[in-house]
Write a protein that binds this ligand. Structure first.
Ligand code: UDP
Length: 245
């Protein structure tokens, strides 16, 4: 449930961190940062700092979880106790269990799971610092980690939220906007297939506001997708340079 509105947009129409309503926070993406993982990525989105690590495809343990016709994606989204101002218990909360599920469901459509029967991949999303929109940032990093692991994908998956604060539809809500604003709509997109794989809404929007927020979130996704592509390219250009030396 959202808390009561307070002033989040100033007289000039700017948000608390100086952004315009349709502006993303600054995004930094890095691919291949954990040598022990098969694939990994790191994202900074504003003050969010999140790691994604992928292990597999490998034999499923316990075996009864394996599926004879597809690969199983196991996902654990976890917030470190020090990732928020008020210490969070390291034990998995209901929120983390839910977010792990929606992240998994947003990524599976992009993976050729049918090509790897009886196997599994483990995806870990570790939030080191949280400032709103961590499920979206986690999905964006996770898709890069899966790609880096060499797991065949139909498309990348990129995610971004939009919402409503002070009667204005805004892109990429930070923590205060998420908590004090009146609605938050996280969206994940397979950009080339133009297919939405996650759509949630917390708060209240009328149909026109919802459509505006959805379109704004999709615009944000497309911008972040370009950064995802750049991050992947950078990783492989760097590898090529090392090999050529
Ligand atoms: N948050 C927090 N303590 C918690 C859980 C969340 O301070 O135990 C903050 C954190 O900054 C998070 C934000 O609340 O990013 C919004 O959480 P939400 O459940 O909406 O998920 P998110 O927007 O991160 O996907």
């Amino acid at each position: 449930m959202k808390k009561k509105n307070k002033k989040l947009i100033d007289k000039k129409g700017l948000r608390m961190d100086g952004r315009k309503p349709d502006e993303l926070r600054s995004v930094k993406l890095e691919v291949g940062i954990l040598p022990n993982a098969d694939g990994s990525a790191y994202i900074e989105m504003g003050k969010n700092k999140i790691l994604a690590a992928v292990y597999g495809p490998k034999e499923m343990h316990p075996k009864h979880l394996a599926r004879s016709d597809r690969m199983v994606l196991r996902c654990r989204y976890h917030m470190a106790p020090f990732s928020v101002q008020e210490r969070k218990s390291p034990a998995p909360s209901r929120r983390e269990v839910e977010i792990s599920k929606v992240i998994r469901d947003s990524l599976v459509p992009a993976i050729f799971v049918e090509n790897y029967p009886r196997t599994g991949i483990d995806l870990f999303i570790e939030v080191l610092q949280a400032d709103g929109g961590t499920r979206c940032a986690g999905i964006t990093a996770a898709a890069l980690a899966i790609a880096e692991a060499g797991i065949p994908m139909r498309d990348l998956v990129v995610a971004c939220a939009a919402g409503k604060v002070d009667e204005t539809i805004v892109l990429d809500l930070m923590d205060t906007e998420d908590k004090v604003g009146s609605a938050d709509v996280p969206v994940a997109l397979m950009p080339n297939l133009n297919a939405i794989t996650l759509l949630q809404m917390d708060g209240i929007l009328n149909p026109d506001e919802f459509e505006e927020a959805l379109n704004l979130a999709l615009k944000g996704c497309k911008k972040i997708y370009e950064m995802q592509r750049e991050a992947l390219k950078t990783k492989y250009v760097n590898l090529k340079e090392v090999e050529e030396q």
